[in-house]
Unconditional design. Sequence first.
Lengths: 318, 184
Amino acid sequence: MKYAWYPGCSAEGNSLAYDKTSRMIAEALGIEFQEINDWNCCGATEYFSVDQLPAYALVARNLALIDAEETPQVIAPCSACYINLKKTDEKMAKYERLNLEVNEALAAGSLSYEPGSVKSRHFLDVVCNDVGYEAVKEKVTQSLAGLTLIPYYGCYMGRPEDNFDHPERPETMDTLLKTLGANVPDYALKTTCCGGHMTQLSAKASLRMLHHLLKGADKLKPDAMVVGCPMCQLNLDAYQADVNSAFNTDYQIPIVYFSQVMGLAFGMDPKTLMFERGIVSSQPMLEKWRSAEPAPKKRKRREKRDKNALPMPKPLET
Amino acid sequence: MTLEPNSVYERIITELPDGEKLKSCLQCGNCTGSCPSALDMDYAPRGLFALIAAGQDDKVLRSNTFWYCVSCYQCTVRCPQEIPITDIMYNLKHQAIEKGLYTTDAKDFSKTFIGMVEYFGRSFELGLAAGFHMLHHPLESVKMAPMALGMLSRGRLSLIPARIKNMGQLRAILDKAKEIGAQK
């Protein structure tokens, strides 16, 4: 099946690394996709919180631009984009009045959207549940064995409702990272909020939340935290130094996207995976991975028989 | 319980899909216990819902509670009465802006963000940060310089905003949506 692709605004700046590597992974896994022509911003959490109807109309324009016959599902790598596309489609399907009003607004731009015709999917969901762990495993040429990676899901992979994973105990990324060969500890705060836009509004509140997450992660001695959302990545990565100076700590945890570590495991050149875009350096993780023992070669199917061993019993000749 | 017309309580119930579930609030406090921002709020969610039910609209709309909401939906998934708490917080922001009652500059952040989207069709991180922080706390924004430079040097902050091609179409859609919204 072919998917529509909604990159989201941060794909062009902040999370270019995520955008580029997730396209590389999609290609490697044979996921066919087509970017929505002339897509616009999903409004993040800002638009919905101030003016509901234009916020729905803003998102619905993207859904209306998709040819539902050709691509009945849309992939969003960003969790906030995913949840906004999904929420708009589902609320329009559930509330007839909202559906009529949004379509009336869309008509002003000669567009229309039939709720339920395009299903929104997170890229992680498509990788793990459509492609599947078995197919991912087949692509692994350079196991991540020896690396301790903490999966951090944030809010929107499981919340608010009927998303692709459990609201508080998700497993998708845990299983994916284990499939890549990494050591995956159980991180109790994997769905605790990173603070979202709070870094822009209250340093005190946001640094406290980030400190909480980093402190919990640091105890597990990770080589990196793995995320699937540009907002989570930005907050944990770019504000880690601020957390260190505010709480007198010295956390140096690289925050990487799952698509980047998949690239490593798939044997792609680390230089093309844009690890250098992280504010906290990923070099220690990469060096550890490079110096790791090469995986033992597959054992021969049958061991040679020891000449001195006792003969195998044979059936009696009659 | 009778509802005062146009009270905060009544507006939540009539304006919001599933808003009437607020009537079933048990005051159990799961929302407050789950909230990552509760420490910074002057009324945590459970307390705020008690104020709403008691008709203390002025206190409700002047509180910083909903401006500190980070939209994590933890309260919503844990609420035993399935009250759409995060959506209620959004609705309260809307009501506070409408009445001109707000105590934080979080509103301006949202408005600046929306302004970018309405002008370019895309969000523009540098413009957002500059427009918001330079205007509201120019002294504080100096402290952000090292982080901003780190982002710039790694190519993570575009200097030029991206703009969609069919901006006229998007504007027409948004204008129409605002017109319909205003009639309600």
